[in-house]
Design a protein around this ligand. Structure first.
Ligand SMILES: [Zn+2]
Length: 297
């Protein structure tokens, strides 16, 4: 009997030590997630590089030309972007934001020249406050909040770039041999834009479409009908053969026409009211691996 007690004591001691080690490692990992590190860009096409930054996998894309480079979005502020870019090119960098949300613009402060649609000026001003980040955190589960705690601390302390230049709403510009066209992709936010890169037959779409879906339930989001027009624009780009890949604002793997069509199916369901009671009530619909939020009355 005594032996058995001793045995259990040993097991308990072992288990509690293991728990302390796991908790310690978890804590260390969470702290590490909040550190600003030098990102390693991965080549996704000729002279085109990407990273997926932070827990939300914010997509940041670097397009290198002959005389200058364009950086599409700047993430959560968790990357020393100039140091990461220096590993690839010494060319001057111009930043274009796909929209004004803080998880795509917090690294703006590293750069001199940053463009963004004027239609997202209000979104940018509002989202780049500590209060807004905290408000967004209140909407998610306590576990995710805990996992994001160190990242958020870094986000709160990141300097905000105030002098953002107005991006022309549409039109093409030549940038060292690469023709880039700006297209408006409103829905997720009023000033969401995309960039078509003819050199690689790619379109960079921000949060207008991501592998995991899109958010239309935000206060600043526009109607599902507007989002439908946006997705039809992307569909046309694929069908005409002008692009073969779309890169979203989260998770930087290439999306195809199939992803656009999935998004269209969902948005049509919302427009037609073809929803379950639960979907209607929650303002959230999942379909084939995509999740979309929308405003409820
Ligand atoms: Zn967004």
């Amino acid at each position: 009997m005594k032996k058995l007690k001793k045995h259990w004591k040993k097991i308990l001691l072992g288990l509690s030590s293991l728990l302390i080690i796991v908790a310690g490692l978890g804590y260390w990992q969470i702290r590490r997630m909040g550190q600003v590190t030098v990102p390693e860009f991965v080549e996704i096409a000729d002279n085109t590089y990407a990273i997926a930054e932070g827990m939300n996998q914010s997509g940041i894309y670097l397009l290198v030309g002959e005389e200058d480079a364009i950086l599409i979005d700047t993430g959560n502020g968790l990357s020393d972007l100039p140091a990461g870019i220096k590993e690839i090119t010494d060319l001057p960098v111009t930043v274009i934001n796909t929209h004004g949300h803080y998880d795509h613009t917090r690294g703006n402060h590293y750069f001199e020249t940053v463009y963004q649609s004027e239609k997202d000026a209000q979104v940018y001003a509002e989202y780049n406050t500590v209060e807004k980040v905290k408000e967004k955190m209140d909407e998610i589960s306590p576990l995710i909040q805990l996992l994001l705690s160190a990242e958020n601390e870094t986000i709160y302390n990141t300097p905000i770039k105030e002098d953002v230049l107005a991006l022309p709403e549409s039109g093409s510009f030549d940038f060292a041999g690469r023709n880039l066209e700006i297209i408006e992709l409103p829905g997720h936010t009023p000033g969401s834009i995309g960039l078509i890169d003819d050199a690689t037959k790619s379109v960079f779409v921000g949060d207008a479409l991501t592998k995991g879906g899109f958010l239309l339930g935000l206060e600043e989001s526009l109607s599902p009908e507007t989002q439908k027009e946006t997705l039809l624009k992307l569909k046309e780009l694929f069908e005409s053969g002008r692009v073969t890949a779309a890169y979203g604002g989260h998770v930087n793997t290439a999306m195809t026409l199939e992803d656009v069509e999935k998004g269209l199916t969902i948005v049509n369901k919302i427009i037609d009211g073809d929803l379950t009671d639960e979907e209607k009530e929650s303002g959230r619909i999942s379909y084939q691996g995509m999740e979309v939020t929308f405003k409820t009355e």
